[in-house]
Design a binder for this molecule. Structure first.
Ligand SMILES: [Zn+2]
Length: 105
């Protein structure tokens, strides 16, 4: 089986593959909603309450199957992050610009 590197490959991955990624993330970080990128609440959840999130969204060119671009979020935080991105569209670019403007002169 070949996995094509098209934009929406993630949604076409078999469930088992996604569960492997999820187990991998749990091994690395524990059963925790990831707070390190400012997206999650940092609380612990049961396995079924955690979802896999792409830190840099696929729609913004983030790598699809790269563990470093994946994080665990609870349903609520995942939904909130997705809504924020959908609403603001350029949230990530804005954040990047903001950081640049904060650089000392
Ligand atoms: Zn959360």
């Amino acid at each position: 089986m070949t996995i094509a590197k098209s934009a929406n490959t993630w949604f076409q991955l078999p469930l088992e593959t996604k569960l492997e990624y999820k187990s991998k993330l749990i091994q690395l970080h524990g059963l925790k909603c990831n707070r390190m990128n400012g997206n999650g609440c940092g609380n612990y959840f049961p396995f079924d309450m955690l979802t896999i999130d792409h830190i840099i969204p696929i729609s913004m060119g983030g790598p699809v199957c790269e563990v470093h671009n994946l994080q665990l979020l609870c349903f609520r935080c995942h939904k909130r992050k997705t809504m924020n991105i959908d609403n603001k569209g350029r949230a990530f670019e804005f954040a990047a610009r903001h950081r640049i403007s904060e650089k000392p002169h």
